[in-house]
Write a protein that binds this ligand. Structure first.
Ligand code: NGS
Length: 278
């Protein structure tokens, strides 16, 4: 009680009294990027439950501060499942996180790469040092799959039930991927040229290897996800040609060349929705 009253009279000391949060062993032994770039008082207003899609543990000071970026259009039923599931999952992880849903609000071809760039731009403005690019149809199954960035990008969804929990190819980075914000900027983010389904993630893998970064993975049992059912999106017939073209030049196509119309940023309690027209 004395401790509590002390903290109450001296509210700016509360964070100092909190111990650092603990994480699973694999993370304790890895080189990780924590919240060092986030000003300490960033946490003060986030400590009470979930607000604007954001949550921070109450009993300890988190070492990880993570923006979850989810691209979205016309999948209300998946959103309804994903949002409560992921909050329940993430609240157990002792991290500070915020969920951004980036919604393409037009009838043009789907452009996931551009939507990720728009979300990343906002999350970086909001001072998040770590980005997690997350398909809305994937639900993590193992609590030890920590939502945090390591020193190299990490493909977090290597074992999906739809593919009998087998990684379908070694350079796959689609599904769920964590990457530090500074590295995302260094790669110039995603290509904006992929319209329709497929290829943008393989192009991103090319960018990762061109910058001498590796694709890390936790052991398969920790990387398990279940995939929500949906029909196959319209495939982009041009995807292989664009990938070839981009191998020669990715400097002018990416985070530094995004064109879009911002419709609004809406703060819902469980997520922040960025509405755009491309
Ligand atoms: C590859 C696609 C990727 C896609 C991956 C897995 O063939 O964009 O399949 O897709 N690459 C090309 O088309 C060049 S999945 O079966 O999980 O929907 O991410």
């Amino acid at each position: 009680l004395r401790h509590h009253l002390y903290a109450k009279r001296n509210p700016n000391l509360i964070t100092k009294l909190k111990p650092e949060c603990r994480y699973n062993d694999i993370l304790q032994s890895s080189k990780t990027v924590g919240s060092s770039k986030i000003p300490r008082n960033h946490y003060d207003f986030l400590s009470n439950g979930i607000m604007n899609g954001s949550y921070s543990p109450e009993d300890c000071t988190p070492l990880f501060s993570v923006a979850i970026l989810v691209t979205y259009r016309n999948r209300q039923s998946q959103l309804d499942i994903f949002i409560p599931y992921i909050h329940n999952f993430l609240r157990k992880q002792n991290i500070h996180y915020k969920i951004y849903i980036i919604e393409q609000q037009d009838d043009k071809l789907w452009n996931k790469g551009l939507l990720y760039n728009i979300g990343a731009k906002q999350a970086i403005l909001d001072k998040f040092p770590c980005l997690i690019l997350h398909d809305i149809d994937l639900l993590p199954l193992d609590d030890s799959n920590l939502y945090a960035c390591l020193n190299h990008p990490r493909h977090m969804s290597a074992s999906i039930d739809k593919f009998r929990f087998v990684l379908i190819y070694k350079t796959l980075v689609g599904g769920v991927l964590s990457i530090r914000s500074d590295q995302y900027k260094e790669l110039n983010g995603f290509s904006n040229k992929f319209q329709g389904w497929g290829g943008e993630d393989d192009d991103f893998a090319e960018r990762i290897s061109k910058h001498n970064l590796e694709i890390l993975r936790f052991p398969p049992h920790m990387s398990r996800y279940t995939m929500l059912q949906h029909k196959q999106e319209h495939k982009n017939e041009d995807r292989h040609r664009i990938m070839e073209e981009n191998k020669r030049n990715s400097q002018n196509d990416g985070l530094n060349s995004i064109h879009y119309e911002m419709i609004n940023i809406k703060n819902h309690r469980l997520f922040t929705m960025i509405g755009v027209r491309l």
